[in-house]
Design a protein around this ligand. Structure first.
Ligand code: PLP
Length: 433
């Protein structure tokens, strides 16, 4: 096993699987009496997702939404693969720049920005940024005169679990007035962005939003702006089983782009996927450190207390309850025919809000056992706290030797051809001790 530096990525040799790696980590914890939860971040999964993106949405360049999971190894891997980055703050810009990403690969995609963060973007060459109101324009015109502005519009997100257009985006009815204000302030507007909301259930939301963006382009062009960027935001599914919905969204998007922004229009199309890239890449391992058996009528109900919960990696259970289906499973081997019990799984803190499952059926678990939870990459580690003094989960990024060799010795080309020595290898090589 080779060990990488800052990002702590381990290269799994060809005989080792992710399961072997998890087993080793659990054994290690047993040997030092530790119950600290941990994530295994499978960087190969990011690679597979990226290939699928390039094949399915060939006209759309992904700018990964750092807010979703800012683990350095994730950023480094995506940078190696060639994505851009959507940053929401000075802190995210600082992180991404510190990992070797160049400023033109960053869009500062937050419509409401503290002035000091705009100044930071300006002095560090991050010019692309979104806005949606006049007050923001005044700040930008005072702090970042070279800014290349992207107007975020509010879109119909009524079919999404997390509705972002209630908080962000200009209504179409005031677009013209706002663009005129940009002219008065001598600011450059280069494009339009939107976000259909996370957990979107209606692919046609993208079509409507792309059509709305077309109208805004037409208005801006009439006012003399050179419009050249369409940003179709995030909202793409990324957990196990994502393919069907992702393909459905992509079909609608590709058709709408051909209709409203044909390839010969010269408009560059980008997106800000977050959960798409990281959702399925992380698996969380938690220790069962306490157990109670209670009777409900004549049934035994199990109550387990685990080392991570809603104030940690599982925070989305409060903030986005409909977001991810949490399905813990036993790390130990389960015999066929083992009886299943109704299990209430609690997080470690003193707060009764800290409940992971209410009505979940699984075989009996003993104190000291470990449970695993898949699809833990999106809005998990980034929202975690150490409330009540419980440790945050560790993160162990891993990469297969096969993928590592591909990056290290051959030109990365998603279409399958290989050559020698690439930019990608240089980026990843920096991580090697
Ligand atoms: N872009 C912006 C501006 C966002 O606010 C978000 C999420 O809140 C994203 C991108 C990423 O969204 P998702 O993870 O649903 O792809």
């Amino acid at each position: 096993v080779l060990v990488m530096d800052v990002c702590d990525t381990e290269i799994l040799d060809t005989t080792k699987t992710i399961s072997d790696f998890i087993n080793d980590k659990i054994k290690e914890r047993h040997s030092v009496d530790s119950e600290v939860p941990f994530h295994v971040a499978n960087l190969d999964d990011l690679h597979q997702k990226h290939i699928r993106w390039l094949r399915t949405l060939p006209r759309v360049k992904p700018f990964y939404a750092v807010k979703c999971n800012s683990t350095p190894a994730v950023i480094r891997m995506l940078s190696t693969l060639g994505t851009g980055f959507d940053c929401a703050s000075k802190g995210e810009i600082e992180l991404v720049l510190s990992l070797g990403v160049t400023p033109e690969k960053i869009i500062y995609a937050h419509t409401t920005k503290p002035q000091s963060h705009i100044k930071y973007a300006s002095t560090h060459g991050v010019d692309m940024m979104t806005f949606d109101c006049e007050e923001e324009l005044l700040k930008i015109s005072a702090c970042h005169t070279r800014a290349k502005l992207v107007l975020r519009i509010a879109v119909d997100d009524s079919k999404s679990a997390t509705r972002l257009s209630q908080k962000f985006g200009t209504k179409l009815s005031v677009v013209k007035k706002l663009l005129e204000r940009c002219k008065e302030l001598d600011l450059e507007v280069i494009g339009v962005s939107f976000h259909v909301g996370s957990g979107c259930t209606d692919s046609l939301a993208y079509k409507q939003a792309i059509e709305d963006a077309r109208h805004v382009f037409d208005t801006a062009v009439l006012l003399g702006f050179q419009m050249r960027l369409l940003d179709i935001g995030g909202g793409f599914p990324g957990n196990e089983g994502f393919q069907i919905q992702f393909d459905e969204f992509s079909k609608v998007i590709n058709e709408a782009l051909d209709e409203f922004f044909p390839a010969d229009s010269g408009v560059q199309v980008i997106a800000e996927p977050g959960q798409y890239y990281v959702g399925s890449a992380f698996t969380l391992a938690v220790n069962v450190f306490a157990k109670k058996v209670v009777m409900d009528d004549n049934d035994r109900v199990m109550m387990y207390y685990i080392t991570d919960g809603v104030f940690g990696s599982l925070n989305f259970l409060i903030s986005y309850p409909a977001h991810i289906n949490v399905a813990p499973y036993l790390h130990r081997v389960v015999e066929s025919g083992e009886k299943r019990y109704r299990s209430i799984i609690w997080g470690p803190t003193c707060d009764s809000l800290d409940r992971v499952t209410a009505n979940y059926w699984m075989p009996e678990v003993q104190v000291g056992d470990w449970l695993l939870i898949d699809n833990m990459g999106a809005y998990t580690v980034c929202c975690s706290s150490d409330f009540n003094g419980f440790d945050k989960a560790d993160i162990y990024p891993v990469l297969s030797a096969q993928t590592w060799n591909m990056f290290n010795f051959q030109i990365y080309n998603p279409n399958g051809t290989m050559g020698h020595c690439s930019r990608a290898s240089k980026v990843l090589k920096k991580c090697i001790v």
